[in-house]
Design a protein around this ligand. Structure first.
Ligand code: GAP
Length: 447
């Protein structure tokens, strides 16, 4: 399992999913660039989340708030005082560790440093704030400090009234947002699992305070269903409830959806958090901004601060999970086959279209099929190399269906559809292709 991350890192670079950032300069630690396949996959994951969380509902609306926010936001949210990790350093080799994340007793003078092996060399833990700071405007002084947001959530809270009033919303309702967040992580790593720049897909659902438990349970269920809808293996997903020592400063209750990533002494790690944030955030912004954020409930004639149920997913982490979960190696007639078993709803390419050979008009027919399908599916035309190599390339980028124009097409206008997972082939007439692909996607995984 450990070397699956190495295999995926190599495959992602080779096939244009993810490259080390600034690679020609030797790279920059824990920063990654998404290539053509990575962007397609990420776009599809975000689109699927957006569709489920807002488009298909009438009680959740979208927002896109700025990354740079008023610095008081982070005082109100508690990030300036609470968003810290305890750090210890080895005085000999200067290696740095998170004191709450090490599996050795750094206070014991006999404990060796895992990096240099010297004993009893650790400093006392020091608190380190994870927010990236920069300056707004030409003067670099304390008064011009701004932060890169460490979560997208605050952009939603400070716009609670704007969105509610402009969209004439009544409780309960939600605001959903996809966007970049930045954290100066001490121990980034495991490919794109923990990075310093990442994307979140967050939804904040505003409810009547005494209805918080009902909505918390509801959103837990909805979020687990969403991961199953993108085809993840159910046995590799589970819930983890935060104990009192794990709860974030804003949360009354928190459950993580964990995935069995496979690395580390405990292979299960957080994929998404579902939090009951109570009225903590609105209360703090009301206090720090000096602006009333209460809601008037016409039905009960009460005025109160809504409670917030948050679903907070990492987009890059979800993408990593789709890679790990989908990665398959098998041997067929002595030949190794590697493929990514993406669900068709998120696969970077839904169908690749090939002419068997570059003659007898086959390329023209294949190009026409590609053009006809393009408005409806992510398609890709490829005429380069042997048919076996073309299949292998599509397997490695997780294309569920390959359509081949061959000699028989010239006689009866049918093509083959090759199924990635089973390698089965079926014939389909060219004028029914769009419909057939639709059926295959709709019934995927139900056989
Ligand atoms: N607004 C709440 C919040 O931000 P979180 O548990 O700190 O909660 C939510 O983050 C999700 O964001 C995580 O479950 C993870 O998927 C993703 N995430 C957090 N830090 C990350 C990092 N450094 N790199 C990649 N993804 C990260």
């Amino acid at each position: 399992m450990t070397n699956i991350m190495d295999k995926l890192t190599a495959l992602c670079k080779r096939r244009g999913f993810i490259y080390p950032s600034s690679e020609i300069y030797g790279g920059i630690n824990a920063c990654w660039d998404y290539g053509p396949m990575g962007v397609r996959l990420k776009t599809n994951i975000k689109a699927h989340w957006f569709r489920t969380m807002t488009r298909m509902r009438d009680d959740v609306v979208p927002l896109d708030a700025a990354i740079l926010m008023h610095p008081r936001v982070w005082e109100a949210s508690g990030h300036i005082t609470e968003f810290t990790d305890p750090l210890i350093d080895c005085k000999q080799c200067k290696a740095r560790f998170r004191a709450d994340d090490v599996d050795f007793d750094f206070k014991d003078p006999n404990t060796p440093c895992p990096r240099c092996g010297n004993r009893g060399t650790f400093t006392e833990p020091r608190m380190f704030n994870l927010m990236f700071k920069t300056f707004m405007g030409p003067v670099e002084d304390e008064a011009s400090v701004v932060y890169l947001r460490p979560e997208t959530a605050q952009g939603i809270y400070v716009n609670f009234d704007n969105v509610r009033i402009s969209s004439r919303l009544k409780l309960p309702f939600g605001i959903a947002q996809i966007g970049k967040a930045f954290r100066n992580e001490i121990t980034p790593g495991n490919f794109i699992f923990r990075t310093r720049e990442f994307e979140q897909m967050e939804m904040q659902f505003f409810v009547k305070p005494d209805e918080d438990q009902k909505w918390f349970d509801y959103w837990k269920e909805e979020r687990m269903k969403w991961y199953l809808s993108i085809g993840l293996t159910p046995e590799r997903l589970r819930w983890h409830e935060h104990g009192p020592n794990e709860l974030a400063h804003y949360a009354k209750a928190a459950f993580d959806i964990q995935y069995e990533f496979g690395f580390g002494s405990d292979p299960w790690h957080e994929l998404e958090g579902v939090h009951n944030r109570t009225d903590f955030d609105l209360k703090r912004h009301q206090e720090f901004a000096g602006k009333k954020l209460e809601y008037f409930d016409e039905a009960s004639r009460e005025r109160y601060l809504p409670y917030i149920i948050e679903t907070s997913a990492g987009c890059d982490r979800t993408l990593l999970v789709t890679l790990i979960d989908g990665y398959r190696e098998e041997e067929i007639k002595g030949e190794k086959r590697v493929f990514l078993g993406f669900h068709p709803s998120i696969a970077p390419i839904t169908a690749a279209i090939f002419p068997l050979v570059k003659k007898d008009g086959m390329p023209d027919i294949a190009k026409k099929i590609t053009a006809d399908l393009r408005p409806h599916y992510d398609v890709f035309y490829d005429a380069g190399g042997s048919i076996g190599r073309r299949y292998a390339r599509q397997d490695e980028v997780g294309t569920p269906f390959c359509i081949t124009v061959d000699g028989q097409t010239l006689e009866d206008q049918t093509v083959t559809i090759r199924h990635r997972n089973t390698l089965e082939q079926e014939r389909c007439s060219t004028d029914r292709l769009r419909e057939r692909l639709g059926d295959l996607i709709a019934t995927y995984g139900s056989a």
